[in-house]
Design a protein around this ligand. Structure first.
Ligand SMILES: *[C@@H]1O[C@H](CO)[C@@H](O)[C@H](O)[C@H]1NC(C)=O
Ligand SMILES: *[C@@H]1O[C@H](CO)[C@@H](O)[C@H](O)[C@H]1NC(C)=O
Ligand SMILES: *[C@@H]1O[C@H](CO)[C@@H](O)[C@H](O)[C@H]1NC(C)=O
Ligand SMILES: [Cu+2]
Length: 267
């Protein structure tokens, strides 16, 4: 009986896993792993948990598929996004980061350079003694954001990350679901994005947003891990200031719904 329960728990955990499979460009989803590096070795859905390991950048073993991954041309200011295989089934914050390739061909870039954050989406409603916290990304099947104008042209890794915090009560218990697309940005202003950090290095397993009690006592504040979103007060700033109104204006790919916050709560 006990082992059956353990198995059931294991299966429900495994089923709750996910990864990012399709890049969405101006509302149009591309093919799975066409522009997103497939995680290895068997397109695993398993979460990554070691913030000190280089694979925190783009998921376990995904560099092996980099040479087979295409690079999508993108005009600065375009709306990009990712679809989720299958659904963001755990609570936690959602991010997008970019890193300009340090080599000419991003297919050969391992992501050891500088990263800046262009999107973050956190708590929707905080908890109290009767109701638990909810997160904007609960149940989302895709998400989208704008590539800033004020960056340098060139080839980049575009990193999607959902941090699942249901196990964050233990050091190292947070789970990192990550994936990287390869893009080439054109038409940008040439300004260098800041602040930047590196992976590993950006996160510490004991950061307040990665090691905390997610359920009890009730969660009444949440500190986003990583650097501040760029551009600060820029063209798409309201995500941190006023998430609900900002996300309502997000263009959503019609066939990959689920990222509309108004409906997320009911999914
Ligand atoms: C970039 O590298 C990949 C893998 O090595 C290769 O298939 C592709 O042709 C290269 N692209 C260019 C523009 O050289
Ligand atoms: C607890 O939070 C829920 C959801 O935000 C809210 O509807 C409810 O009124 C709150 N209860 C108390 C006692 O504050
Ligand atoms: C909430 O705020 C307190 C006081 O500033 C801080 O110590 C704690 O780490 C924060 N919790 C989270 C989850 O960010
Ligand atoms: Cu899971």
């Amino acid at each position: 009986m006990k082992s059956l329960l353990a198995l059931a728990a294991y299966l429900s955990q495994a089923l709750a896993h996910y990864n990012f499979d399709r890049l969405i460009v101006n509302g149009v989803p591309t093919s799975p792993y066409e522009y997103v590096r497939a995680p290895g070795p068997l397109v695993s859905n398993s979460p990554f948990t070691d913030v000190t390991h280089p694979d925190i950048r783009c998921n376990s073993g995904s560099f092996a598929s980099a040479s087979k991954t295409k690079t999508h041309p993108v005009t600065a200011g375009s709306t990009l996004g990712f679809t989720v295989r299958d659904v963001l089934g755990h609570p936690g914050p959602l991010f997008a980061y970019m890193s300009k390739s340090t080599v000419a061909n991003v297919s050969e870039y391992e992501g050891e350079g500088e990263w800046f954050k262009i999107y973050e989406m956190g708590v929707k409603t905080y908890a109290n003694y009767t109701v638990g916290a909810t997160w904007h990304s609960d149940g989302w099947k895709s998400f989208s954001f704008v590539i800033p104008m004020d960056i340098e042209n060139g080839q980049y890794l575009l990193r999607a990350e959902h941090v699942a915090v249901h196990g964050a009560g233990t050091v190292g218990g947070a789970q990192y679901y990550v994936g990287c697309a390869q893009i080439e940005v054109r038409g940008a202003s040439g300004k260098k994005a800041a602040p930047v950090g590196r992976f590993p290095g950006m996160y510490n397993a004991r950061d307040p947003g990665l090691f905390f009690s997610p359920y009890w006592p009730p969660l009444v504040n949440y500190t986003m891990p990583g650097v501040e979103v760029y551009p600060k007060g820029g063209s798409f700033p309201a995500f941190t200031a006023n998430p609900s109104s900002a996300v309502a204006t997000q263009p959503l790919p019609a066939t990959f719904g689920g990222s509309k916050p108004t409906s997320a709560a009911s999914i």
